[in-house]
Design a binder for this molecule. Structure first.
Ligand code: SF4
Length: 421
């Protein structure tokens, strides 16, 4: 991490407890500036799709901090087309956490969360969000919305946030099955969520605007599928955060023109330059430690390997019918690779590893994510039985304090040697 970033993180940390408003201003100004830089003077070598997506997400994070009363706090799997149809900005804890760690500003908020009773072993994405709330740096949003997918942490974090802020909350319960009764059950909840949002915001949900948002989602998913098809025979070496930007486009931003443009750019860039990979092709499962310089060095810069896909970006590419918006959003949740038992998630990754000509799989056990850790040995066994060497790598997507950097590096390098050998 650069000296400037470290200094900025120190500045935020110094303000966070005594002057939360100043810390908020520093963070939101920095995120807006990054957005402007990505739009007008993107770094050399960065793909247009990625710099474009960052130019969209960075100001969105800035807005979440500076104008939270116009935002709804949501978890990453919540279908957001309803919000886009009503001009309500989603505020995404997982996204904010990624930005905080990228600006070396996570420490005071993790500490604030722990001082307010959040256990050390809790998922650090959620811990950071709770720390932002407890420190007063993140003021109250309009409302809180979450799904029961993909983890128990959602239920605990979002309930606590709504109570802390005294704002209304809506939860979409996602059953594990995929029957038509399950589909109707979730679709009805999403209809109720629309009514809930109308009440909270005082805005009307226009069915035509929702249909248009779904139409954009359909285009995005189709283009992302085209990108994945092209990726099977194309080499791309990108920064680790590239997959996290795709997570934003395919989840909270799905339904916006921006996410549709991102997917179209990505497909175009990839299909236009097929060619063999110089290094090993790695399929990545779960979140990415994008902030970790040692991982970045090996995975993005060494030329020894490239990440061909991350399972968070193909878990929810279900068919979309814009004329049946609620059923389409419900199908995305029910058919998610993260819904139900670990078998579905692992099977989907196995299919993708074959489709993308992967040489091996890295299964990333993010600190505090119990369902990912719990399924690690099952995933490793299943993927290896099918011929894909698999590394179970312990780490943390947003808290450097939980990471043994040297050990991670050694294990990753040994795995690459195994693949190369
Ligand atoms: S990392 Fe795991 S525990 Fe944390 S929010 Fe994601 S699914 Fe939930």
């Amino acid at each position: 991490m650069g000296a400037v970033v470290e200094r900025f993180g120190g500045l935020v940390a110094a303000q966070a407890s005594a002057h939360p408003g100043r810390a908020r201003w520093l963070l939101s100004s920095a995120y807006r500036l990054v957005g402007a830089q990505m739009r007008y003077i993107p770094p050399k070598g960065m793909s247009p799709a990625r710099s474009y997506m960052q130019s969209v997400t960075s100001p969105m994070m800035g807005k979440a901090l500076s104008r939270p009363g116009t935002c709804a706090c949501v978890n990453v799997f919540l279908p957001c087309e309803l919000l886009h149809a009503m001009d309500i900005t989603p505020m995404i804890p997982e996204g904010l956490s990624c930005y905080l760690v990228s600006t070396a500003a996570e420490r005071p908020f993790l500490q604030a969360a722990e001082e307010h009773g959040v256990p050390e072993s809790y998922c650090s994405y959620h811990k950071l969000l709770l720390g932002l709330a407890e420190s007063g740096v993140l003021p109250a949003p309009l409302c809180v919305l979450n799904t029961s997918l993909a983890c128990d942490a959602n239920q605990l974090t979002f309930r606590r946030l709504a109570e802390r802020y005294g704002v209304p909350r809506f939860t979409v319960d996602v059953p594990m099955g995929t029957s038509s009764a399950d589909l109707d059950y979730v679709a009805d909840q999403l209809r109720a969520m629309g009514a809930f949002l109308e009440k909270c915001s005082g805005r009307r949900l226009d069915p035509e605007r929702l249909r248009l948002a779904m139409e954009r989602s359909r285009r995005t998913v189709e283009d992302y599928r085209r990108y994945l098809d092209g990726r099977a025979s194309c080499s791309r070496t990108e920064e680790l955060s590239a997959e996290m930007f795709a997570v934003m486009a395919l989840h909270p931003l799905l339904g916006t023109e921006e996410s549709a443009r991102f997917a179209a750019l990505l497909a175009r860039e990839t299909i236009a330059r097929p060619g063999p990979s110089a290094g090993k092709r790695i399929l990545w499962m779960h979140t990415v430690p994008h902030w970790q310089a040692s991982m970045m060095e090996v995975l993005s810069k060494s030329g020894r390997c490239e990440i061909v896909a991350c399972d968070m970006n193909y878990e929810g590419l279900a068919e979309i019918d814009p004329d049946r918006p609620y059923e389409s959003m419900a199908r995305r949740l029910l058919e998610s690779g993260y819904n139900g038992g670990a078998e579905r998630r692992v099977r989907r990754s196995l299919d993708m590893a074959r489709r993308l000509n992967a040489d091996g799989v890295v299964y990333f056990c993010h600190w505090g994510c119990k369902q990912t850790s719990g399924a690690a040995q099952y995933a490793k066994r299943t993927l290896e039985d099918a011929g894909f060497p698999t590394l179970v790598l312990d780490g943390d997507g947003c808290d450097s304090g939980n990471v043994n950097d040297g050990q991670m590096l050694t294990r990753l390098q040994a795995f690459l040697e195994q693949l190369e050998g």
